[in-house]
Design a protein around this ligand. Structure first.
Ligand code: GRF
Length: 220
């Protein structure tokens, strides 16, 4: 079966890109990365792509007259590489409705919260300040509104006593690295159907037991 061709957009560290690189290295994984693009010339993620033999390009938003010209350059590069799905993996630019429409249902984002809670930045500090006991991450199809769109995969991560934003972020990030490759796999296998603003997932296994925090064991 032909592998789904991925374009991955990054702005920084690229650890989620790395999780896709590793997934794509598995013989039975149904996707391959055809192009990684960073809008930040110094993004460490670019080196991760190059090390894996993946074409890595810089499309620096500062080189363009405006958002539209920047996005047209992104679009040209992605279409030129024949990408069938675009993954925003720590891509720190807002995309216009033009780009989002053009890649409608072929554009996913990974966000470090259980959306629709805590869209935007500083999610972990905000989650801790709100006193949530369960945090997490979300992979969703992108819509024009920031951090909104049909949800493909979520993971729940328990907040621990004494957590700070960095500690929580590290545990959520480990979950992100499982969720993004899983979402891509499900989409590549044709098991995700977008129905209105929800995703239907074909052939999903039995749901796991609820994550309860604090754990009832030891609470009498
Ligand atoms: C991740 O937490 C992702 O959810 C968010 O930005 C961060 C990017 O990390 N959108 P990395 O560059 O993939 O390591």
């Amino acid at each position: 079966m032909a592998r789904l061709k991925l374009g991955v957009l990054i702005s920084g560290r690229g650890s989620n890109l790395q999780s896709l690189i590793e997934a794509c290295a598995e013989a039975d994984y149904p996707a391959e990365i055809v192009l990684a693009i960073s809008n930040e010339p110094e993004a460490p993620g670019l080196e991760r792509a190059r090390r894996a033999g993946i074409r890595a390009e810089i499309v620096d938003h500062r080189d363009f007259s405006g958002r539209e010209a920047f996005e047209r350059a992104l679009d040209r590069a992605l279409a030129g590489a024949d990408a069938g799905l675009v993954c925003l993996a720590g891509f720190m630019r807002l995309l216009t409705p033009w780009f989002v429409e053009r890649w409608n249902d072929r554009l996913i984002n990974i966000h470090p919260s259980l959306l629709p809670a805590f869209p935007g930045l500083d999610t972990h500090a905000r989650a801790l300040a709100a006193g949530v006991r369960i945090a997490g991450c979300t992979v969703h199809f992108v819509r024009a509104e920031m951090d909104r769109g049909p949800i493909v995969v979520q993971a729940a991560v328990a907040v621990e006593d004494g957590d700070d934003a960095a500690g929580l972020a590290a545990r959520v990030l480990a979950a992100e690295h499982r969720c993004l490759p899983l979402a891509v796999r499900l989409i590549a296998e044709g098991r995700v159907r977008v129905a209105g603003e929800r995703c239907e997932i074909a052939g999903a296994a039995e749901p796991p037991p609820p994550l309860i925090s604090p754990s009832p064991s030891g609470c009498g």
